[in-house]
Design a protein around this ligand. Sequence first.
Ligand SMILES: C[S@@+](CC[C@H](N)C(=O)[O-])C[C@H]1O[C@@H](n2cnc3c(N)ncnc32)[C@H](O)[C@@H]1O
Length: 275
Amino acid sequence: MEVVLEISKNDLEDFIELSNKLYGIDFSGYAQESLRRRVLRLMKLKSCDSFMAFKYFLTNQSISEDELLIEITVNTTEMFRDYEVFKFLGDEVFGLLETYPRINIWHAGCSTGQEPMSLAILLKEQGLLQRSVQYCTDINAEVLNHAKKGIYDLKEVKEYSTNYIKSGGALSLSDYYVANYGKVKMNKELSKNMVFTKHNLVNGSSFNQMHMIMCRNVFIYLTTEQQNKVLRLFLDSLVPKGYLVLGAKESAIFSPVLDELEVINGKLKIYRKKR
Ligand SMILES: C[S@@+](CC[C@H](N)C(=O)[O-])C[C@H]1O[C@@H](n2cnc3c(N)ncnc32)[C@H](O)[C@@H]1O
């Protein structure tokens, strides 16, 4: 008979305290419900049939910091995800970014790098890649290592082809990689100006002079209070008139920083810093 796992609010608080104490990871800014689901999932995965057993498992550091992060945070990503966003950036935003001699773009919570890679392709097609620097950050060193390699599954990449065209892609996605044994290696030129850095949005510092920040599908896992803190960090990192792009289910509309932002496209969650 399968054991039905449950954890209480106190257990969750214990988990937050233990991860902080033993691994230095602060999950206190994460939305309780998704955190609870991820903890339960991890307990099941590690065959811990009670929270006591899970505490013992954590206390013995039977899991590495990177694995704990991988299992607790959600790393799902894909190339040209929500193609309308990429199409809008190419049609309406790149023209304004073009006015800068050097274009600084921050991908906050970039996971395994498919989003910066997609943007690099579109920047290249509009002649902007050479003078763009893409800062790719994530809390998780493991996903950043994957992102640095730029190697993806061929089957997966083939599925991105339709969205690449819908995003305004001018060539064929296959022009940007070499396929071998079911894997693809993205052209080196695309990641030449990418800088990969481990950075935690919950307690990390701001970046300087960003012309655009893409932080998509990260806010959904954070509490409203934490989202507001991160929005402040983004505003401090953006140049006046710099762009902020959030995920489809995320918004800056109800945040205290709204009056410092102009809504460029409410549906696509594209904002611009006013001053
Ligand atoms: C669902 S993925 C989103 C990837 C990509 N932005 C996209 O939309 O396709 C969320 C990423 O946020 C990262 N993340 C979670 N909490 C974070 C934090 N506090 N600071 C930085 N990155 C974080 C996770 O490690 C994960 O790689």
